[in-house]
Design a protein around this ligand. Structure first.
Ligand SMILES: NC(=O)c1ccc[n+]([C@@H]2O[C@H](COP(=O)([O-])OP(=O)(O)OC[C@H]3O[C@@H](n4cnc5c(N)ncnc54)[C@H](O)[C@@H]3O)[C@@H](O)[C@H]2O)c1
Length: 302
């Protein structure tokens, strides 16, 4: 079996696949123009977020049998179309959950104690002790919208920190101490609201002006899921009006998002889509990718 690695992949994962007897070629910078010429010679491909696998590419590769995406979500792959052509499509759904959950908790602490602003103040040579009264997160209510792999990991950590945790999801949460509520209850009762659901036609702009209006004054919002779930113009207005006391964003409707106007506001902090960017998550993604390819290779009928 021949596999083409189309995006950056852990060297250990590549080594594991080769040791299992699979021919693995690495073209981790291959362009979308080159792919239709190169990929037809392969049985499988490994991608991350960079390489998009759309129907036209699938049509150009009649030998393709397996696509593995290192990461959560399959929005960069026409997965249903691929499956209709008998191609197996897999991803690594749990590999980065702990890393995204830790970033979320980090954002909660950063907002509660204004750590980015206190740091800027210190770096500007100031000692503004009186200006920075924060609040504790223990005893506060965290609303988790979307209680899948990441929502669960966030809730576990928040409970350990003494927060009360509410969740709104299609399914009932399986974690003691978490209360399953309606979306309106979550919006009106939470001190912090964090989003952990996919971007779909149903969830696009899920948090907009009407939802901000239902929230507590002084609420803080975290989005480490996908840009587009929050209406960024409505968020800007809600921060300027004082309704939202803080927002922490790892993801944006348009990425990269240099010069985004939300960052002109002191109450908004963020990071450039680094939720899964830890050594541990990347290593787990590599291991899972290799395991999935090897499992597929071993289960093929001869
Ligand atoms: N920031 C990053 O780098 C990063 C890294 C990994 C994942 N993510 C994103 O985090 C999000 C969550 O990932 P996950 O692994 O927990 O996914 P998951 O599939 O395990 O969980 C998603 C949950 O959302 C719920 N859900 C879906 N639509 C809903 C709706 N309309 N209302 C309420 N609940 C709904 C589902 O029932 C499910 O429980 C995804 O969007 C993923 O792309 C971001």
């Amino acid at each position: 079996m021949k596999i083409l690695i189309c995006d950056k992949t852990e060297p250990e994962a590549i080594q594991c696949m080769r040791q299992a007897g699979i021919q693995v070629d690495v073209r981790d910078n291959i362009s979308s123009e080159e792919l239709p010429q190169v990929l037809p010679a392969y049985d499988g491909m490994v991608v991350r977020s960079r390489t998009k696998v759309r129907a036209a590419l699938i049509d150009a590769c009649p030998n393709l049998k397996v696509i593995v995406r290192g990461g959560v979500g399959l929005d960069t792959i026409d997965a249903d179309y691929a499956r209709s052509k008998n191609i197996t499509v897999m991803n690594t759904p749990k590999a980065s959950s702990a890393s995204v959950a830790e970033l979320t908790i980090g954002f909660i602490f950063a907002m509660a104690r204004q750590i980015p602003t206190t740091t800027s103040s210190m770096k500007a040579g100031k000692w503004e002790k009186k200006k920075f009264e924060g609040d504790e997160i223990g005893g506060k209510t965290l609303g988790v919208i979307g209680f899948g792999n990441i929502g669960y990991e966030v809730a576990k950590r928040a409970l350990a920190l003494g927060m009360m945790v509410l969740t709104y999801d299609v399914y009932e949460p399986k974690l003691d101490g978490v209360k399953w509520v309606t979306e309106d209850e979550l919006l009106s009762l939470s001190d912090y609201i964090t989003l952990h659901l996919p971007l779909t036609d149903k969830t696009r702009n899920l948090i907009g002006a009407a939802e901000f209006a239902k929230m507590k004054s002084g609420v803080r919002l975290i989005n480490c899921a996908r840009g587009g779930i929050v209406d960024e113009d409505a968020l800007y207005d809600a921060v300027v009006s004082g309704k939202v006391a803080g927002a922490a964003l790892d993801v944006f409707a348009q990425e990269p998002s240099e010069g985004h106007r939300l960052f002109s506001l002191e109450q908004v902090i963020g990071s450039p889509h680094i939720g899964a960017a830890t050594k541990e998550a990347q290593s787990r993604i590599g291991v899972e990718v290799a395991e999935k390819i090897i499992e597929f290779y071993n289960s093929r009928p001869d």
